[in-house]
Design a protein around this ligand. Structure first.
Ligand SMILES: N=c1c2ncn([C@@H]3O[C@H](COP(=O)(O)OP(=O)(O)OP(=O)(O)O)[C@@H](O)[C@H]3O)c2ncn1[C@@H]1O[C@H](COP(=O)(O)O)[C@@H](O)[C@H]1O
Length: 107
């Protein structure tokens, strides 16, 4: 079991975001803003999809880590705490995805 959590990564990202460290990728992304960070998130999502379709387990693990890191950066730039997403997921527990979709208003 990994001794690391997304909450810890969120804290690191928060600390690095405005560090002004020229070596910090996080600081670079925050300085460039949402458009660039969201673009990187999209690229990592596509790379994750490709790894999944190829059945490349090692690449899928690595690309998933890139994806989660860039997702947290995008959440950080948007000012949305990870906890908001976890609460949203928490609210969905105990209900199947198919039942939830069927209950959506038609339109
Ligand atoms: N988890 C990550 C993490 N994952 C990916 N990356 C960076 O994201 C960038 C992705 O750039 P690229 O698109 O070039 O990478 P790529 O998709 O592999 O590139 P191609 O193969 O497509 O060319 C690289 O610079 C990676 O190093 C990350 N940068 C930082 N972190 C975490 O954030 C912490 C602080 O990092 P800094 O802000 O850089 O100090 C680190 O200690 C880590 O814990």
């Amino acid at each position: 079991m990994a001794q690391f959590s997304l909450a810890e990564l969120e804290t690191i990202i928060d600390q690095r975001a405005h560090s002004g460290d020229p070596e910090s990728w996080t600081a670079k992304l925050f300085a460039k803003g949402m458009d660039k960070a969201a673009q990187k998130l999209g690229e990592e999502a596509v790379e994750t999809v490709i790894a999944a379709i190829r059945g490349d387990r090692q690449a899928l693990v690595s690309e998933s880590a890139d994806l989660l890191y860039h997702w947290l950066v995008v959440l950080g730039i948007a000012g949305i705490p990870l906890d908001d997403v976890l609460k949203e997921l928490e609210g969905r527990t105990g209900r199947s995805g198919v039942a939830e979709k069927a209950s959506r208003p038609k339109g």
